[in-house]
Design a protein. Structure first.
Ligand SMILES: [Mg+2]
Length: 204
């Protein structure tokens, strides 16, 4: 049982498309009201690239996706999601089990942290991705695999996302608001949950 690369990307695009208005509304409260539009445009470009040519290996597919997202999303989120997929793709190599997925997911998270210089609690996408990575590691250590491990990752990401609401943003445009950023759920953590949910849907 593995997360299929092409299905993951397509499911992420579908979820972003379905939640684009919500993402933009969240960004309107703390940023510049473009997160949904930007994410939708970037993922549409990633899907178009897949439709155009399907790379031979998952690593190449993730790299192609990363480039489409970096070019297509723009702002801060493009390079961050691009870095996630670049690092994930390099780390997953030819691995296919839940442990491989967990290891590659953490590599992706570490890429995002290195790129964005955000830590857990800064009210960013890291607040959803880090708990998901921790949950995956715990599930793997407990011998759980497949759907149950991914379900735990989704639940952890959602809990992390919801925990961003009372936080004061310390990174990104929302940080300009200072204390006024509190009381709003973070758009990046919200789209990051969709990334994890898409992976769950891509289990084959
Ligand atoms: Mg924005």
């Amino acid at each position: 049982m593995r997360v299929d690369a092409a299905i993951w990307i397509r499911e992420f695009a579908a979820l972003v498309d379905a939640h684009a208005e919500e993402l933009t509304a969240l960004d309107a409260a703390v940023g510049d009201a473009d997160h949904g539009t930007n994410m939708r445009r970037g993922l549409a470009a990633a899907v178009a690239a897949l439709d155009d040519s399907t790379p031979a290996t998952p690593a190449e597919m993730y790299k192609q996706t990363a480039m489409a997202l970096i070019r297509g999303i723009g702002g801060a989120s493009g390079p961050l999601y691009g870095t996630f997929f670049l690092r994930f793709g390099t780390a997953i190599d030819s691995g296919s089990g839940t442990a491989d997925f967990a290891r590659a997911f953490r590599a992706g998270l570490e890429g995002v942290i290195a790129r964005g210089k955000a830590e857990p609690g800064d009210k960013t996408m890291v607040d959803a991705l880090a708990p998901a990575a921790d949950a995956l590691d715990e599930q793997v250590a407990a011998g759980t695999s497949g759907p149950d491990a991914l379900d735990a990752a989704v639940a952890a990401a959602e809990t992390g996302r919801d925990a961003t609401t009372p936080l004061i943003a310390r990174k990104g445009r929302a940080s300009y608001l200072g204390e006024r950023s509190a009381g709003h759920r973070d758009p990046g953590a919200t789209s990051a949950v969709l990334l994890v949910r898409a992976a769950r849907r891509a289990l084959r």
